[in-house]
Each structure stands twice: as structure tokens, then as C-alpha cells.
Design a protein around this ligand. Sequence first.
Ligand SMILES: [Zn+2]
Ligand SMILES: [Zn+2]
Length: 250
Amino acid sequence: MGATFDERAARAAELAGSCPAARNVLDFYRRVALFQKPVFEDVSARGETDVRVLLRHFPALMELVRHTAPEPLVHFASRELESAAEQEELLVTCWERDPPESDEARFFGRALLQPYGEYLATRASISFQSDAPTCPFCNARPVVGVLRGEGDGAKRSLLCSICATEWPFRRVLCPSCGSEDKDQLPVFTASDFLHVRVEACDRCKTYIKSVNLTRDGRAVPVVDELATVALNLWADEHGYTKLESNLLGL
Ligand SMILES: [Zn+2]
Ligand SMILES: [Zn+2]
């Protein structure tokens, strides 16, 4: 496991001050990270592995959403997640990887499954298969890349969108279609965020962002990815689709 939930919340608070365009996103994310922390501690302390144990954390999540979430999430919660049976079905569906049909369903599933998945990943001995396009532990797609080192010597790894497992992945390789053609894999940066870059593929028209920890040692990849939502808009405008949306559906 990389950054703790406290570290993620602290980084979100820090970036909310310096990235006004992403302040609402970061404020809400910080609250979700602080909700996820006791979920992680609870499943860790009890050593439970059945996904249904997460049901007891649903009321707190619903409360958080009711008071602080964007309207579509509030609406979804009141319409689709009223009963324990609906909540259980959503959790089981998300965990078994049927992609939920809506961003809202994915949010509720991931908010609970992330701390649970991270706990399970800490118990497991994961064989880090290099260059796997999906997580070697839970098979979910990566949400962000991580770069360490500068220039041609920099190493890239990918970070799982559910369990936060990080695994090595070559830089000149598309995690979506497998292209290894440097000319088809353009990299874009913006002057506002020099430590975060858009790594695109002109063959399959997808992109993933990478956070360069050498350039900003305080960065927490999953949070800095959220803070640079402006890069997503830029990529969308240029015809690239994100390989995997983040917790907030961006
Ligand atoms: Zn995973
Ligand atoms: Zn590709």
C-alpha cells in the first residue's frame, strides 16, 4: 500500500488551496478518504474477507453523500440504494467486475471496495507480473501511472483503481491496446502541472495520466490525478478517452 488515507486527505486539502478549479472535487474526495479510513481499519482489525461485511458501512456513506455529495449522487442514493438488498447487490456486482452501468453506481461501489480491496491486497503475496494491463491482484484497470526518475531512465508503474496495488509497466507501451510504437504514444504536459502528464495512444485513442514523484515528492498519485481534472478536459477535447475513470467518475 502506498499513501495512507490520512495522507490522501491531507494532500487533497493542500491541493484544494492551490488548485481552485478542482477545489470542489478535492473537498469531496477528502471527505470520502476520511470515510474510507475507518472502513479499512475495521476490515483489517476483524480480518474479514466476505464483501458483504461492507454493508455495515453503507449508512455512514449515505450520510456523507446526503450532506456533501454532488446532486447526481444524492439522487442516485435516494432512488437506487434504499434497501439493504439493493446495497448488497451493488457491492457484489462491483466486486465481481460487472462494470456498473452508471458513474453513480461505480462511486458507491468503489468508495467501499477500495479500502476493502486494499486490505485484501496487503494480506496477499502478489506476483508482480510486469507489463500486465490490469491489476495483478484484483484484475481492475489502472487509474493512474507513477513515474520515478527523470528522462529516459524513468520507470513507470501503474496503480490499481480498486486495491491500490502498484505494478511495473514499461513507459513505451499502451496499457489499453498494447502498442509499442513510440510514434503512436504521445505525451502531453501543461505548464500548470509539470509533474503530471497525459500519456496517450493514437492507435486506440485512450489515455492515462502519470504522476512524476521525482518532480514533486509530496505528490500522492491518486490525489494529484484528481486535482488535474483540467488535463482530462484537454484530452477529451483532443479525442482521447480515459482508460479508467477515478473514484469520482472523472
Ligand atoms: Zn487491484
Ligand atoms: Zn493504445
